[in-house]
Design a binder for this molecule. Sequence first.
Ligand SMILES: Cc1cc2nc3c(=O)[nH]c(=O)nc-3n(C[C@H](O)[C@H](O)[C@H](O)COP(=O)(O)O)c2cc1C
Length: 151
Amino acid sequence: MALAWAMPVDDEANLLAISLYKENFSYELIKRAGEFVLCIPSKEQLPLLWKVGTTSGRKIDKVRQYSIELENGVKSRVPHLKNCLGFIECKVEQELDVSEHAIFLARVLYAAADEKYFDGVWKRKAKPLLHVGSKLFTTLGEFFTPYEKER
Ligand SMILES: Cc1cc2nc3c(=O)[nH]c(=O)nc-3n(C[C@H](O)[C@H](O)[C@H](O)COP(=O)(O)O)c2cc1C
């Protein structure tokens, strides 16, 4: 699935939270596995993100139908998207029931990112795909800080 509602929960990046509509097939899969992987797509991967975000695994085999290339997880049993900018393997610790939605609080088991684009923070040339809302997307633009040497 495509998921925009994700956030870090602590400073050390040990915990994160995601919010899911419970009718999504992915909700069922995450409940069953107790694990999930967040993949960070590049701007070029928008067509794939749109397809997985507008169709349900309940009706079609998205991996097969969209020729999605997967790689085995490192610490998780859940595979991740090949060629994404980075991925974060997570183990569910708590579920918060929010009516039609659920928030999963999860512990990060393993995280990796392409060194060309990430060295603790995103590099200027990285183009991670970010959801603005509705059918609008953006990526990183201007970087600025008065608080440290310019990167
Ligand atoms: C850009 C984008 C962001 C989305 N973000 C979320 C999200 O944060 N949470 C959610 O429950 N659904 C989100 N969706 C919708 C799911 O990706 C969509 O319902 C998907 O078909 C679910 O697939 P599944 O039934 O195979 O799990 C998003 C869709 C798009 C296109």
